[in-house]
Design a binder for this molecule. Structure first.
Ligand code: DHB
Ligand code: FE
Length: 281
């Protein structure tokens, strides 16, 4: 039987990918950010997932205002890094796990979560930056990845509660897959940031840290927080945080915090990072 061993949450920022790709991660500006992931790289080399279900958002790379799926699951054999205007990132092609992805699509849809099935999709910094932060710069990504894209760009995104319950459904679906696989679920994007308008540059450390506390200890309460609170307190792009609730829903009610990190700034964004392990109870 496949099982979920752990969840990882991390913010994404395109400039983090550019810092790595251009050999600038040792600069004073970036050093403290990457240091926050030193533990994570060792941890994941030991936990060795077979598959990561990587919950992220597309930024008008694979989708656009012409096509806006609320939840989309990548069922392809592989996914190419997207060209976001500077050429595709020089990172490995993302290898999928079609058998588990199709199983998830079937179970989730029959469980009344209407996933959009995607058989061709380029993946942007929302997916590749978290991979780089966790795995560094390998020749090939060391595990299979199932991209699960969430609309947090065009109002209305899914509610926190919907995301939390999708996580629970993902867990049921994974545990009904017969092959013996170690699966991690990642929730990415956030924390506080706003890229546009008069409040561009907004950071809210108090909100971010309260979110980290509650995501760990009281995810049900966090799942009830309305969109407006995220946007007011964490900025227009802070709404990306609802994706972390999908990861949290896929884990045990009580989890062990293996690692927690918070750093400001990375470009315009507050970077938060959690590693949560099942089996704490
Ligand atoms: C930045 C952050 C994002 O989440 C994003 O998608 C694009 C840019 C930034 O801080 O620069
Ligand atoms: Fe983003």
């Amino acid at each position: 039987m496949a099982r979920i061993t752990a969840g990882v949450a991390t913010s994404h920022v395109p400039a983090i990918g550019a810092a790595l790709d251009n050999g600038r991660s040792g600069e004073d500006y970036w050093k403290p950010l990457f240091a926050g992931y030193d533990f994570s790289k060792k941890w994941i080399a030991e936990d060795k997932p077979d598959v990561v279900i990587l919950v992220y958002n597309d930024h008008a790379s694979a989708f656009s205002l012409e096509l806006i799926p609320t939840f989309a699951i990548g069922c392809a054999d592989s996914f190419q890094p997207a060209d976001e205007g500077w050429g595709p990132r020089p990172v490995p092609v993302v290898e999928g796990h079609p058998a588990l992805a199709w199983h998830l699509a079937e179970k989730l849809i029959l469980d009344e979560f209407d996933m959009t099935i995607v058989n061709r999709m380029d993946v942007d910094h929302g997916l590749t930056v978290p991979l780089s932060l966790m795995f560094g710069q390998p020749q090939a990504w060391p595990c299979k990845v199932i991209p699960l894209a969430v609309n947090v760009v065009q109002y209305p995104p899914p509610t926190g509660n919907r995301c939390y319950n999708l996580g629970k459904a993902i867990r049921r679906a994974v545990e009904s897959f017969p092959e013996d696989l170690k699966v991690q679920v990642w929730g990415t994007g956030g924390m506080s940031h706003q890229l546009q308008g008069p409040r561009a540059g907004l950071i809210n450390r108090a909100f971010d840290n309260a979110f980290l506390d509650r995501l760990v200890d009281d995810p049900v309460a966090q799942s009830k927080v309305p969109h407006l609170d995220y946007v007011r307190e964490a900025g227009s792009e802070g709404i990306e945080l609802v994706m972390w609730l999908i990861m949290r829903g896929a884990l045990d009610d009580k989890v062990k915090v293996a690692h927690r990190f918070y750093h400001v700034p990375a470009s315009n964004t507050a970077v938060g990072h959690l590693i949560l392990e099942n089996g704490a109870a």
